[in-house]
Design a binder for this molecule. Structure first.
Ligand code: NAD
Length: 326
């Protein structure tokens, strides 16, 4: 089987490509390298360019007529940037995705898996969500994902294409074989900040301690990026048998920031200290999935613990500069 992976030189897309290769599925990568890295596409079939570039999509399908499914990971993903530049984010994530799907239909492609996000949900008081939970995206970035889902549903209703949205929770870790990981040297999410605190020997700030969670800190569903990737392989294999267009990909377990610190300190040789700080603008209490749809329909469940995700993130952080340089 051959699959086209947009954003295949990014963090998640490159890991999906590795999982495909390991499973005997041939990935074809399309990436503009706006945030992705050429190194992540090395040795793989790679087209550098934009998802909205019709002639390029025609060329890819002309040269790879056996592409059966597209995994559409390409997007801009930085929430504060989406607040500062909503036009740019709607153009990148919505307008370009619309053009892209049109190009796919013209080329006779009938199956697409879309990288959606759990950030589109409004969580209940217990901080859990399933696929039927109400949607209430809280940022322009999250809204681009919700708008894309709605747009894809309309298109799939009238044209010969099916689009499955996989709603990811919070990916951590790296490819266990260390082929790829996060591009950024200093990621701004909680685990990134913990690694920074560890490396710089400064306290880690728990931003927001007044949330209605069990310990007041934010709660997330941290899923190992390799587990995310293997879920895509399962979805690729079962695509035609799936009787839904939306599946949550999470572990089903909520981890608070304080619990993440405890897990971090179990993994490292020298514990980090914590200080409490106010919540950052736009921060939310968070959510985790209560759904078993992925297990039922994909016969998949997350196999890695939070500790393993932390360990792989640390391992990648130590390797990153030698792999990527600047
Ligand atoms: N990282 C997360 O926490 C998270 C959570 C939920 C959903 N997602 C979704 O997963 C997908 C992948 O995210 P990621 O974390 O790997 O981000 P990333 O920035 O590492 O990867 C995105 C990739 O898409 C490429 N790209 C962007 N716009 C493009 C365009 N117009 N044409 C071609 N290539 C383009 C970038 O160069 C990059 O390689 C995104 O759609 C994102 O919204 C991510």
């Amino acid at each position: 089987m051959r699959v086209l992976i947009t954003g295949g030189a990014g963090y998640i897309g490159s890991t999906v490509a590795s999982a495909c290769l390991d499973a005997g599925i041939e990935p074809v990568i399309l990436d503009s390298l706006v945030t992705g890295r050429r190194e992540f596409a090395e040795g793989r079939t790679f087209y550098e360019g934009d998802i909205s570039d019709g002639p390029l999509i025609d060329k890819i399908f002309g040269e790879n007529p056996d592409i059966e499914v597209v995994v559409h990971c390409a997007a801009l993903i930085v929430v504060p940037d989406s607040v500062a530049d909503p036009v740019g984010y709607y153009r990148a994530n919505v307008s370009k995705s619309l053009e892209f799907v049109d190009h796919l239909i013209r080329n006779g492609c009938e199956r697409m898996i879309f990288s959606s996000s759990a950030s589109i949900y409004r969580a209940g008081d217990d901080h859990t969500v399933d696929e039927d939970s109400p949607l209430a995206p809280q940022s322009p970035y999250a809204r681009t994902k919700a708008v894309c889902e709605a747009m894809f549903a309309d298109i799939a209703a009238g044209r010969p294409i099916r689009i499955l949205s996989l709603r990811y929770f919070n990916p951590i870790g790296a490819d266990p074989k260390m082929r790829t990981g996060l591009q950024l040297r200093r990621p701004s999410h909680a685990l990134g900040k913990m690694i920074e605190a560890y490396e710089d020997r400064v306290p880690f700030q728990i931003t927001g301690t007044g949330y209605p969670t069990r310990d007041g800190s934010g709660i997330r569903d941290y899923i190992h990026v390799w587990d995310l990737a293997t879920a895509h392989v399962a979805a690729l294999r079962r695509f035609d048998a799936l009787d839904t267009d939306v599946i949550n990909l999470g572990t089903g377990t909520g981890t608070t920031v304080r619990e993440l610190v405890e897990a971090f300190n179990r993994v490292v040789d020298r514990p980090i200290e914590v200080v409490e700080a106010p919540a950052r603008p736009g921060d939310v209490a968070g959510a985790y999935t209560r759904s078993d749809r992925a297990r039922r329909l994909l016969n998949w469940k997350a196999g890695h613990s939070v500790e393993q995700g932390i360990r792989h993130s640390l391992e990648w952080a130590a390797l990153r500069d030698s792999r990527l340089g600047d």
